[in-house]
Write a protein that binds this ligand. Sequence first.
Ligand SMILES: Cc1cc2nc3c(=O)[nH]c(=O)nc-3n(C[C@H](O)[C@H](O)[C@H](O)COP(=O)(O)O)c2cc1C
Length: 198
Amino acid sequence: MGRNLHETLHAGPWSVVRGPWSVVRCPATVHGMNETYESIISLRALREYEAQPVSEEDLNALLEAGRQTGSSKNRQNWSFIVIDDRAVLDALSDAGDFTGPIGNAPMVVCLVQEPEGYEFDTGRLAQNMMLAADAIGLATCPITLHRDEVARDILGLPDGVRCRFAITVGYPTPTAGPREMGGRKPLDTIVHHNKYGS
Ligand SMILES: Cc1cc2nc3c(=O)[nH]c(=O)nc-3n(C[C@H](O)[C@H](O)[C@H](O)COP(=O)(O)O)c2cc1C
């Protein structure tokens, strides 16, 4: 490519689509832009939250968006652990390498993979919940629990049940914005036609 990653991520015919942050960009010529599409392409991980607890109504809306997610063979092999106890949140911070957002968040929703669940389904779940959260004014960040054996103990998971991912949830602070590294590679560097490399 002849460019470093930073230059690549920030190159291209971008335009700002929303938010006070300047790194939120999308191709300027997207056809048929509507509100849903716009929120999909502008969703970002936000890591700064107000201390205010998440309302029951908003939490239920978030969980409902998760429940409605499609899954392989419609198995729905997932469950949620809602954590708002600061002692448990602090303990969970030790289960991953980049858990800083947990320290700022009033709530974490752990995405539990039940037996025969697929990680792909967990990804769909997370994205649907993040988009729904965004639509109702909540900010989220995915969190990887790299040491899921630590998470297992904290969460009391039985054998065969696993939790590798969680999302932090909270109302964004006025200055919350995505990290600078949150740009995207230009399409022409990631799309192949019929065969890899062409
Ligand atoms: C599977 C997955 C795991 C992630 N784990 C973490 C994490 O542990 N800690 C964190 O701060 N961000 C995490 N993120 C957020 C990414 O760092 C973020 O989505 C990426 O830098 C792009 O930024 P943007 O979504 O704001 O554009 C994760 C994202 C994904 C998709």
